[in-house]
Design a protein around this ligand. Structure first.
Ligand code: ADP
Ligand code: MG
Length: 715
């Protein structure tokens, strides 16, 4: 039997020198090498005719060499090796730099396969630095090639060769790590084939099934190990909401039909609510996927079962908007909704808190104001936090502690590592809305520089003339002045009211933001109203505005009485004005990806084709440019969250402790979230059927989990 733990140096073609280099990549054993998975692949399998290749494409060409190989010295350290190849459809020049040995390896008149990048100009076609094989003896072309994370001293070829030899050592060996019945029931490829196909895929489909199996195993073992570490789930007695309250009653009253995905997540929520385990569920759905209505329906269930509901939103505007939507749908069912904001008048606050304590309010919607001590519920049964990435774990704890193990629903479009960690550790169950309501058009995104300014302004005008409305978002302006009134206020409060430290910090940050906010918005409003669109209706909102005024402006915008609304990110999350079809972001390179995605989500909410215009500084950082590129390329919140982390982080975003996420060899929590979801249920089922994995049929799993536990998983 092959010993997977044997030192990697004994793999053919490795030896002590290469082994030392492999060690620097954390590859010590045969098994380490086999599970050193490619970072990406290069598809050299598609061959094309010379006539069909396009500029910039990486492609394989099978062709005959029709000229002598020509070497020209162009500078002291630079020679060019050049030849011409031909197939039935055309000719192409091939060049290499400094690789003089090529002259010995290529013969005029022979057929080869070349793989490389094409440059196509009007009268000239060229492939630079291609790899090549004699036709019929393909080694480097004609297949899908793995690309490994590498060090500069160790070539791709060396790693490939080592892996290839390692795979040969497995031939005929019994290496399967998962029980037969698991492979069968979840339709998974066996390990032999999976390893072969993940390293050297015969085609993309096989590579994907190999990946699926390997990810499944990695996540399953992690989940089982975590379950054992946590021991028995702390079994709090939660609330059992009434089975007699039917969500369908409120669903049938809606002006639109719910999507399949919304119905599915509601079913999951309904089951949780009716069980006696406290619900802890993350509702992930891209911007505009309709999360709010899901929370409204859940609130209905809670209230009609005799409980109160708290809805926490990160901004006053969003809380206000939720309040309106909740009222619209729930008031016909005699459900009493109320709104509480930081800026709510003390007298009114007092009234609200009294009613709340008496049970005369059913649903309380608010911002951080919900967290304050004097907000006391009579009977809190359900807590919803919207755009959860804005809230800290402690804030969520504060709000849930206002009830007796209430059910919790957190909603987000772009999960952050902390959220992913909670999911991974089984502290949050997942519901995914993976479809948008029908008839949504894809938002077209353009990143533009100053040169395009005039065209952008014309474009804005054109849309407004067609009856649409426009958002302009500008970033905060840093302001170093110290004599800030509101800061002083806060410090005074700090002394007199002994508020908790967290709250004080929050308030300070908020005060700073509001000030910076005001300055930015004023400057931009000036520019837009006075200089560019004197004839249009331009208005602004900013953090420091009185809530009443804010509400008025938002109301006017909703009613179409304002053409262009200028703001900072106060509108970032959640605002819903279907007639707005253009989102312009000033200095877009200063915003994070998640934020840009949220902002873009403000348009494309109605029937109109919508646009997002990201104005950026052509001199901005590389990361800024990457962000612009990502925004233009994708609309997918998960992809964006992943990219965001990659750009912000060190590149190896799962390894780092600070995210609280364990290192995976192949799984990627963003991409593999649906897989994690199903694996979690597999793990729970296994635990229910065979706690401790003692049965004969689960011995292979037992072994995997023991190994994992030995590697110490930090919780
Ligand atoms: P998000 O998930 O970003 O919070 P919202 O809940 O704000 O999205 O929903 C966006 C818009 O889509 C709202 O106007 C909402 O009323 C509408 N909406 C939600 N579900 C549906 C549906 N099934 N069909 C049509 N419109 C819907
Ligand atoms: Mg929302």
């Amino acid at each position: 039997m092959v010993d997977l733990k044997q030192n990697v140096q004994y793999v053919k073609s490795v030896g002590p020198t290469k082994a030392a280099l492999l060690n620097t990549l954390n590859i010590y054993t045969l098994n380490d090498l086999l599970t050193y998975f490619p970072r990406e692949y290069e598809d050299r399998s598609k061959t094309k005719n010379i006539a069909d290749v396009i500029d910039g494409e990486e492609v394989t060409i099978q062709a005959r060499v029709v000229s002598e190989v020509n070497i020209t010295r162009i500078r002291k350290n630079m020679v060019i090796i050049k030849t011409v190849i031909e197939d039935d459809t055309g000719r192409c020049t091939v060049t290499w730099f400094n690789q003089t040995y090529i002259k010995q390896r290529i013969k005029r008149g022979e057929m080869y396969r070349f793989f490389g990048k094409i440059t196509r100009e009007v009268n000239h076609l060229e492939m630079r630095n291609p790899v090549f094989d004699e036709a019929g003896k393909e080694k480097n072309t004609g297949k899908i090639m793995p690309i490994y994370p590498s060090t500069y001293k160790l070539s791709q070829t060396a790693i490939r060769q080592a892996v290839e030899n390692a795979l040969l050592m497995l031939k005929g060996e019994e290496i399967e790590t998962l029980p037969e019945y698991i492979l069968k029931s979840y339709n998974l490829e066996d390990l032999q084939k999976s390893l072969q196909e993940i390293h050297f895929p015969s085609n993309t489909e096989n590579r994907l099934s190999a990946r699926k199996r390997l990810v499944f195993e990695e996540l399953l073992v992690m989940q089982l190990a975590l379950l054992e570490l946590k021991g028995k789930n702390e079994d709090y007695e939660g609330i059992k909401f009434s089975k007699d309250v039917k969500m369908s009653d409120v669903i049938n009253s809606l002006p639109f039909k719910l999507t399949k995905a919304q119905l599915k997540v509601l079913e999951e929520i309904d089951n949780d609510m009716e069980s006696n385990k406290p619900m802890n569920r993350l509702l992930q759905g891209d911007v505009g996927s309709g999360k709010t209505v899901v929370s409204i329906i859940s609130a209905y269930k809670a209230v009609k079962s005799g409980f109160q509901v708290a809805i926490m939103a990160p901004t006053a505007i969003l809380a206000t908007q939720h309040f309106e939507e909740f009222k619209k749908i729930l008031e016909p069912f005699n459900i009493r909704c109320e709104l509480i904001l930081g800026a709510t008048k003390p007298k009114q606050k007092l009234e609200i808190t009294e009613k709340l304590a008496n049970g005369e309010i059913d649903v309380l919607i608010g911002t951080h104001a919900l967290l304050t001590e004097n907000v006391v519920f009579k009977n809190l049964g359900l807590v919803v936090t919207d755009e959860q990435h804005r809230f800290g774990v402690r804030q969520r704890e504060t709000i849930t502690s206002k009830g007796n193990h209430p059910d919790v629903l957190v909603m987000t479009a772009t999960p952050i590592p902390r959220t992913l960690a909670l999911i991974l550790y089984g502290d949050l169950d997942i519901s995914i809305i993976d479809e948008l309501p029908p008839n949504r058009k894809k938002i077209e995104t353009y990143a533009v520089t100053k040169r395009m300014e005039e065209r952008v302004n014309n474009f804005i005008r054109k849309n407004i003339e067609e009856g649409r409305q426009v958002y302009v978002v500008c970033p905060l302006v840093e302001d170093k002045e110290d004599d800030d009134e509101s800061l002083k206020d806060i410090e005074e409060k700090e002394n007199t009211e002994r508020k908790n430290q967290l709250e004080i910090e929050e308030m300070k940050i908020e005060a700073f933001k509001q000030k910076a906010d005001l300055k930015a918005v004023k400057e931009w409003t000036e520019i837009y109203q006075k200089q560019i669109f004197p004839d249009l209706r331009v208005a602004c909102v900013y953090g420091k505005m009185k809530p009443k005024e804010k509400e008025e402006v938002m109301e006017k915008f909703k009613n179409g009485e304002i053409d262009i609304l200028i703001s900072t990110t106060v509108i970032e999350v959640g605002v819903n004005v279907p007639n707005a079809s253009v989102m312009v972001v000033e200095n877009a390179d200063r915003f994070g990806l998640a934020q840009l995605h949220q902002l873009r989500g403000r348009v494309g909410r109605g029937e109109y084709q919508s646009y997002c215009i990201l104005k950026y500084d052509s001199r901005c950082s590389q990361v800024g440019k990457e962000r612009m590129k990502t925004m233009q390329e994708t609309n997918d919140g998960f992809v964006i969250a992943e990219k965001d982390l990659e750009l912000r982080g060190t590149g190896e975003f799962f390894g780092t402790k600070q995210h609280g996420l364990p290192e995976f060899k192949i799984a990627n929590l963003f991409v593999d979230m649906p897989m994690l979801k199903s694996v979690q249920s597999v793990a729970l089922k296994l635990e229910a059927d065979d706690r401790g994995l003692k049965q004969e049929k689960n011995q292979k799993l037992r072994k995997l989990v023991d190994e994992k536990l030995k590697q110490s998983i930090s919780l």
